[in-house]
Write a protein that binds this ligand. Structure first.
Ligand code: FAD
Length: 452
């Protein structure tokens, strides 16, 4: 018998239960990836992620070829393509990783209907894209956790299943045609500092991180210039690394750094269990605060372009554009600046992040935006981050600002975070914008709007 394995956000060979199950049950396997135009239509096929995806598919194909197989790539409606490939290969079953978005739910339902109508079996595997599956942990009286701390208490007591080895050999039936693999060359508008994709690169980074990064994570993770986080987020997004394997390997590494890192992996599962239970929160407020957001297109544009006049905000926004990635502390303070200080709808900011982030992810992006905007699960929804205080705390000597804002590269001392304190002529010579808003005014406006 023959199985089809549909790869989606799990572009790897190590710790891949659907592939393992398919190989255990079948002599021949078709590893399939479908480029679905529905993903483009929903606005998710942006240059940075398409380039990273192309790297992932090439690496997956290379890994399969080393094992005697190959990757089959098709374009079109994912369900129709799976049915077509299954017919061409004379397959009797299809394996797929469970996922959490509304798109993934619909895909699974449609696949089940279509395949079962034709006498094929669909197997959905639930610990491929999360360490702990959505819905596995629930508080009394609800289908999901709305507060992280109790979720994390339960999550920490779980021991995820054992990781599965990569297969030694994969045999693909003859006669199943594939399109050419996509390539990152030729994709326009890429961030110049974009990371490389693929499982090989992901595993290399993971090993280096566990050897020489994670131990200092607890003290270093908030230091903007130190850049002491794992940068594994795009690999988790595309599934070139397995969250189950990460939890096991980090726990084995041990120590406070590894513990703090595992806690962040739990945040990822937390957001996923929330989106799985409430798919609409990708665009609808999780907790309605009856906001009447300001329409401020010029201010929003200054924010996007990194010329708000607040150095740490501008540094982070320029890092995003240059690398297709932003430090978590930067994400927090730029999102707070947009949604609270400027009081602009979180959806405006989330869209811009999704346009550029290589790790741009419906669950993590939308729910972190909601968290910062106070429409999500933050138990202190009205806190406003002050970008100057944040800068002094998390970029104490200004190295991050100087790295990303060349206008301020030669400013010494604390003025790098408050260039408006410089004398008039000195300030004018910088060519750096004046603040687009008074912080105290923005804060008052926001707090007034949120008054019950
Ligand atoms: P590390 O600090 O090394 O953490 C390890 C992993 O844990 C990350 O790769 C990520 O998978 C997970 N993680 C870390 N922080 C969080 C968090 N707050 N919530 C959920 N998971 C977390 N993360 C995304 O993966 N995609 C997004 O689109 C995204 N958008 C965000 C938008 C905003 C406004 C904010 C505040 C945060 C967002 N995050 C997003 C979460 C976080 O900023 C990134 O996961 C992190 O910065 C990635 O860098 P890293 O891999 O070095 O993280």
């Amino acid at each position: 018998n023959v199985s089809v394995v549909l790869f989606t956000a799990d572009l790897r060979l190590h710790d891949h239960p659907p592939l393992r199950a398919a190989l255990d049950g079948s002599r021949l396997v078709v590893p399939l990836f479908v480029r679905d135009p529905a993903v483009d239509r929903a606005g998710f096929a942006v240059p940075n992620r398409l380039a990273f995806l192309a790297d992932c598919l090439r690496d997956l194909d290379a890994g399969l070829r080393e094992r005697g197989g190959r990757l089959v790539v098709r374009s079109g409606d994912v369900v129709q393509q799976v049915v077509k490939v299954a017919a061409e290969a004379d397959a009797d079953e299809v394996h797929l990783a469970a996922d959490v978005s509304a798109h993934a739910h619909r895909r699974e339902e449609r696949l089940r209907r279509e395949l079962e109508g034709q006498g094929l079996r669909l197997h959905v595997h639930d610990t491929v894209t999360t360490a702990v599956p959505p819905g596995a942990l629930t508080p009394a009286g609800s289908d999901h956790f709305a507060v992280f701390t109790p979720y994390f208490r339960h999550w920490s007591r779980q021991r995820p299943r054992d990781a599965v080895d990569a297969p030694r050999a994969v045999r693909v039936p003859d006669g199943v045609g594939s399109e050419r693999l996509p390539s990152r060359t030729g994709i326009a508008d890429l961030s110049p500092g974009l990371a490389t994709g693929g499982e090989t690169e992901g595993r290399r980074r993971l090993t280096a991180w566990l050897r020489s990064g994670v131990a200092a994570y607890e003290e270093g993770h908030d230091d903007l210039a130190g850049d002491a986080t794992s940068r594994l987020s795009p690999h988790l997004h595309f599934g070139t690394l397995s969250p189950v394997e990460l939890v096991h390997r980090a726990r084995r590494a041990g120590g406070p750094g590894a513990e703090a890192f595992v806690r962040q992996l739990a945040w990822r599962d937390f957001n996923r269990q929330l989106l799985a239970a409430r798919p609409a929160v990708a665009s609808v407020d999780y907790r309605a605060r009856h906001d009447r957001w300001r329409s401020a297109p010029e201010e929003a544009e200054a924010w996007r372009e990194g010329r708000t006049g607040y150095p740490v905000v501008d540094a982070a926004m320029r890092q995003l554009r240059h690398e297709g990635w932003m430090h978590n502390r930067g994400r927090l303070l730029t999102a707070s600046f947009l949604t609270k200080t400027l009081y602009v709808d979180w959806r405006v900011g989330a869209r811009h992040f999704l346009d550029l982030l290589v790790d741009g992810d419906v669950a993590n992006n939308q729910l972190n935006w909601q968290w910062v905007a106070g429409t999500g699960t933050d138990t202190r929804p009205n806190r406003v981050l002050n970008p100057v205080t944040q800068a002094k705390r998390y970029d104490p000597d200004g190295a991050y600002v100087r790295r990303w804002v060349p206008e301020l590269a030669d400013v010494t001392g604390p003025a790098v975070h408050e260039p408006w304190r410089l004398a008039g002529p000195e300030r004018a010579a910088l060519g750096y914008p004046e603040p687009i808003v008074e912080l105290a005014e923005g804060r008052e406006r926001f707090l007034r709007a949120r008054k019950p």
